[in-house]
Design a protein around this ligand. Structure first.
Ligand SMILES: *[C@@H]1O[C@H](CO)[C@@H](O)[C@H](O)[C@H]1NC(C)=O
Ligand SMILES: *[C@@H]1O[C@H](CO)[C@@H](O)[C@H](O)[C@H]1NC(C)=O
Ligand SMILES: *[C@@H]1O[C@H](CO)[C@@H](O)[C@H](O)[C@H]1NC(C)=O
Ligand SMILES: *[C@@H]1O[C@H](CO)[C@@H](O)[C@H](O)[C@H]1NC(C)=O
Ligand SMILES: *[C@@H]1O[C@H](CO)[C@@H](O)[C@H](O)[C@H]1NC(C)=O
Ligand SMILES: *[C@@H]1O[C@H](CO)[C@@H](O)[C@H](O)[C@H]1NC(C)=O
Ligand SMILES: *[C@@H]1O[C@H](CO)[C@@H](O)[C@H](O)[C@H]1NC(C)=O
Ligand SMILES: *[C@@H]1O[C@H](CO)[C@@H](O)[C@H](O)[C@H]1NC(C)=O
Length: 421
């Protein structure tokens, strides 16, 4: 009861400051706001939503109230029809009373336009973050726009000098479990749009991610050190990987995805600077690629340790992707790598029902390392034609071993033919 009293006291002060009306004050005292006593609208806590004034304080106050509230299932509401300007902000679920918290995001949230006005000492890890939640629902028809345009101009890829600025991830969920996300749209992030880090049991569905095809490092969804993550029914158009699956990812289920423009769905890169990195039990099913640079790709650096294994890609359609199937154990975007005597091991990789067109003649590229050849690569029912009417497709194999079954076109002769595996 004591905490409740303090809570209402705080609320009273806030209402005095933000509404200045005793009638509303009374109403607030009873109802908290017009949405009911389990809903904490940022508007009731001082956010304006005109797209110009900084709404961060209103968001923080609404969050403190939702987190401290004794209602079993509080809802943090970002109402529709308004645009909220937010500085970098992290919601921490650690000391909340509830383990069933909903973020209903129906409005638009935007970041500051100029990188120099971001309040994070030029070292931003992320813009909007969620940490230490167990039982979190993020849903609604809202749009979350990171205003990345000015950050992209600072790209390392284009301009080495401005590289010191660490570009923020748009939306980060870290150290959390039992999270689901549904319906939201993410646009124009400075760097990757969504990152799942150090988390378990995250389920995302019906998301839309949108950034220009030439925006640098703007991966759609990045998964790192997380298990039991699923991504379904999601459309991603961006300038880097639609989905990238990094170190420590296990039991990942990706289905019904439309990807492109972008760099495809990638496992890795793994094993940079000799690191030991592991990814396993990844299932990618029913994905369409539209003009992406890669389709399904596994990429590892020379000199790494660990493994990428038990990975299955099936029911994939490529619409003029540059290279629909890629394993690259010589990943080196900066072209300054030496070949080394170790590599992240790649094994038990299955490709099944992969159809459509390839932009390059080499539709299938399996570049495996000499020190650690790829083992048990299986292909079944592959039919990749050249995008150009009279063009043909071919495959490239280096140190790759496994089996092929059914129709495999282009032929991949390094895989032994097997009639029933
Ligand atoms: C969690 O919260 C949501 C939204 O308020 C509600 O629909 C659902 O029933 C709650 N679940 C549990 C287990 O309380
Ligand atoms: C994976 O997540 C689902 C949905 O949250 C849950 O029902 C299931 O128990 C989780 N599985 C594991 C192995 O954690
Ligand atoms: C994904 O979409 C399919 C087809 O519209 C639907 O049947 C399925 O329930 C959806 N799954 C999720 C997790 O949203
Ligand atoms: C992946 O998700 C789909 C759709 O929800 C489900 O049918 C399938 O069983 C899941 N697969 C794995 C390996 O979890
Ligand atoms: C495959 O994904 C598309 C969306 O990309 C969806 O419309 C379709 O229903 C899915 N097919 C199956 C068999 O789930
Ligand atoms: C690819 O073509 C095969 C054979 O025509 C068909 O069985 C399979 O369903 C197709 N897969 C996709 C993803 O279109
Ligand atoms: C590394 O080895 C690959 C395969 O043998 C070769 O194509 C590539 O040129 C080598 N790279 C360097 C930097 O030696
Ligand atoms: C080859 O990989 C498949 C999964 O893609 C697995 O089911 C099978 O057991 C593996 N075979 C061997 C000999 O490891």
């Amino acid at each position: 009861m004591a905490t409740l009293n303090i809570f209402f006291f705080v609320l009273l002060i806030q209402c005095t400051v933000f509404t200045g009306s005793s009638r509303q004050l009374k109403k607030s005292n009873v109802n908290i706001d017009s949405y009911g006593d389990n809903t904490f609208s940022v508007i009731s806590f001082g956010a304006i939503g005109d797209g110009k004034k900084d709404d961060s304080k209103g968001f923080k106050r609404a969050w403190d109230a939702a987190c401290d509230s004794s209602t079993p299932s509080p809802t943090f509401l970002v109402p529709q029809g308004k645009t909220f300007l937010l500085q970098p902000l992290t919601f921490n679920g650690k000391h909340c009373n509830s383990n069933n918290i909903t973020f209903q995001i129906d409005g638009r949230i935007i970041a500051p336009t100029k990188p120099s006005t971001w309040e994070c000492n030029r070292n931003c890890h992320h813009w909007i973050g969620f940490q230490n939640f167990d039982g979190l629902h993020i849903q609604g028809s809202g749009i979350i726009n990171g205003q990345g345009g000015n950050w992209w101009k600072l790209s390392c890829k284009d301009n080495q000098k401005s590289c010191q600025l660490r570009k923020p991830t748009g939306f980060m969920i870290g150290h959390s479990k039992n999270v689901d996300m549904k319906g939201s749209t993410f646009e124009e992030s400075p760097k990757m749009h969504i990152a799942f880090e150090d988390s378990t049991s995250i389920h995302a569905t019906q998301l839309t991610i949108k950034a220009p095809g030439n925006s640098p490092n703007t991966d759609g969804i990045h998964i790192q050190r997380s298990t039991n993550v699923s991504i379904h029914n999601t459309t991603i158009q961006t300038g880097d990987d639609c989905i990238s699956i990094g170190d420590g990812s296990k039991y990942i289920n990706i289905t019904n995805i439309e990807c492109g423009p972008g760099h495809g769905i990638s496992i890795g890169s793994l094993g940079i600077m000799g690191k030991t990195e592991e990814v396993e039990f990844v299932h990618v099913r029913n994905v369409s690629f539209y003009g992406t640079t890669n389709g399904v790709r596994i990429k590892t650096w020379q000199g790494g340790h660990g493994h990428a294994r038990n990975i299955r890609f099936e029911d994939i359609t490529s619409h003029a992707s540059t290279r629909p199937i890629v394993i690259d154990q010589y990943y080196c975007p900066h072209k300054q790598c030496k070949n080394q005597t170790t590599a992240v091991e790649i094994s038990n990789i299955a490709y099944e029902n992969i159809n459509g067109t390839s932009h390059k003649e080499t539709a299938v590229q399996l570049s495996c390392s000499e020190s650690s050849p790829c083992r048990n690569i299986t292909m079944k029912n592959i039919n990749l034609r050249n995008e150009k009417q009279k063009g043909k497709t071919s495959s490239y194999c280096l140190n790759a071993h496994g089996l092929r079954n059914g129709r495999v076109h282009p032929n991949v002769p390094c895989l032994d033919k097997h009639d029933n595996f």
